[in-house]
Design a protein around this ligand. Sequence first.
Ligand SMILES: C[S@@+](CC[C@H](N)C(=O)[O-])C[C@H]1O[C@@H](n2cnc3c(N)ncnc32)[C@H](O)[C@@H]1O
Length: 310
Amino acid sequence: MTETLPTPASDQTQTTPAGAKSKSWTVLEILRWTTGYFKEKGIQTARLDAECLLADALGTERLRLYIDFEKPVAPEERDRYRALVRRRTDERLPVALLLGKKEFWSLPLEVTPDVLVPRPETETLVEAALQASAKMDAGLEIFDLGTGSGAIALALAKELPEARITASDLSAAALEVARRNAEQLELASRLELLCGDGFEPVAGRRFDLIVSNPPYLAESEAPGLAPELAHEPKQALFAGPEGTELLCRIAAQAGDRLKPGGWLGLELAPHQAEQVMGWLREAGFEHVTAHRDLTDRARVVSGRRPPTGD
Ligand SMILES: C[S@@+](CC[C@H](N)C(=O)[O-])C[C@H]1O[C@@H](n2cnc3c(N)ncnc32)[C@H](O)[C@@H]1O
């Protein structure tokens, strides 16, 4: 990679992606070259990754690159870029961890190796929770179990200014990242962060809405996963031998932590939806529903605690 990645032969004349000589590398040439290189290396999101890394190396916004296609890239900018490209291919670090940031629900979030990088499909859970909240009174009490970077909790805090949000995680290091994100977004005063297993940190409390994107991969799936996932915390990804262990616990215990008429939304893998819907019905939930993501796959399952009864 280092021999072929845009490296100036001299200040004036450099080897182009095609091997010919030109005065300098433009943004577009670099993007084209890197996209091809990433594809060769089996990186699925080759062009997007190249754009995100180049924008960071140039200290600009990704969309700005489209205006600057013909602009030459300075040698020191190319050096910064080359280092990022090398880590992307050699270490298979996800772009978000290389840059230390990821946008979720249009919120800029810090991410570190202590948290799961928030995924776009998780916005399906935020959307479903917001729909459910629209039928409830303002001033909701919401619990996000397994908050990681704080992605879901902070998106809900942003959208529901009167809601009080509690978020938990088994990982104290993840909660530190969530706390920094909450402070950065000026939402910290409305977010309570608690460390602990499952519902233990909120024993005896009741919420209007409970949301969770728990780990839901089976340990046996590990060998077939993209190498990028090795950089994310195991306890954010793997639930146990079945993959559904924490989903099952949440389905069984959430009813006791919800107010009558309260709503539970769980993210899961599409093939787990039927089973989890069955568990919710067994636990007494009503209006059990599957919500589909942008690729039309069941991503979230929800249910309501009956409005009467304790
Ligand atoms: C799939 S990640 C989701 C992170 C974040 N909510 C998101 O959607 O991007 C699951 C999170 O649950 C946490 N976790 C795993 N097991 C847990 C448990 N038993 N109790 C509480 N949190 C747990 C992990 O540390 C991780 O931060």
